[in-house]
Ligand binder design. Sequence first.
Ligand code: 5CA
Length: 442
Amino acid sequence: MFLSKSLIPILKNIPSEAKIKSHQLMLRTGMIKQSSAGIYSWLPLGFKVMKKIESIVREEQDNIGVQEILMPTIQSSEIWKESGRYNDYGEEMLRIKDRQNREMLYGPTNEELVTEIFRNSIKSYKSLPQLVYHIQWKFRDELRPRFGVMRCREFYMKDAYSFDVDMDEAIYSYNKFFLSYLKTFKRLELSAIPMAADTGPIGGNLSHEFIIIAETGESKIYTDKKIFDVDYSETKISKDSLSSLRNKYDTFYAVTDEKFNKKEFDNKVIEENKLITKGIEVGHIFYFGDKYSKTMNASVDNKGKKEYVKMGSYGVGVSRLVAAIIEAKYDDKIELMKWPINIAPYHCVILPQINKNDKSNLEKSINIYNKLKSKNIDCIIDDTDETLSSKVKKFNLIGIPYQIIIGKNSGQNNFEFGGVGENLSVYNVEKIENIILEELKN
Ligand code: 5CA
């Protein structure tokens, strides 16, 4: 791919409406474009990153045996009236009328719709547990959409739902998601802390928010630093192993503002381990028992007894994660971004110095591009006639993890190569290929 032919509208200056670094960077590097308040188009660079995050989120759901479905964005108000949330949800819900004057809505979440699917499909306890997820756009008419895709009105979410015969089984399902979230965020190079949280309009009394530390986060958090040391790598998908993991986490004090209690904090956490900072909520899981199954009559036959199923729901903010990763990785002082290679829009950028009468560096670039492409290494060539230093500066911002520079220090088959923002070394293409493939393997 040539930069000159791609839809990457780079801005020279920081747009004044952007107050936090992720919003600034996403606009500056042309990842997104606002279409109206809190609603964005995703341009190639941003969309590639979001799709890669989505596929990691998907793989980790598949790994714990969750079935993927796809529910629509537009829902009928009927089921929301059944659950009682049509009125409760308030002005955040976008209500629409169709041509027959039926009340419809753009789904802000899917507890009702998935419960309706369940009650029409599953009749026996023998078919439980049922774990399903979908990755779909949601709409919430936020009063103050802000910070770009971090808190917007239309956003992309993975939401999963569990149906179990009793509370014990339902907590087992909850704990599977708990572990799967820790693994998902780790693969995105984020360290997310599970924190006891309020349940808001979703309901229930057990809930964890997964929060990553960031100065620009909207949630104030109070935690024991030791929580970062919990090791979940050996946790098996079994009731005992998962509940002992939950216990390990839950013994540490880790809460957001709404749940903060100073006395408890002082009692539980020694001074040097106290961490009071801000964070971004990237995931949120809930157990709410029969809140929806009872009002919507979703039950199974449990050996002759009618049992309302016990449910939970599990959300990951897929589009928010793009911004959250930038908050965690971008150094705005030196204007340097480095995407983790598994979600980077391209693995490597080729930066030739191009002179008016000498196109040999561009030819070299195309050769390298083709060689790397044959090994599934995805590159972009900056074929514009800007100076090398301005190309490097631009790509330090875009955050493609590797740069190959083809200028006066490169030979026929030796080029300057390095990680973005790092020192360069001179290597041949085979060596470059090996370094990138090695990192992709990890
Ligand atoms: N039904 C439940 C679980 S699936 C639910 O909707 N939970 S939620 O409200 O907490 O949302 C799940 C995740 O979506 C949040 O953790 C957050 O990462 C993301 N999210 C929520 N609201 C927004 C928003 N306005 N903009 C961007 N992302 C959002």
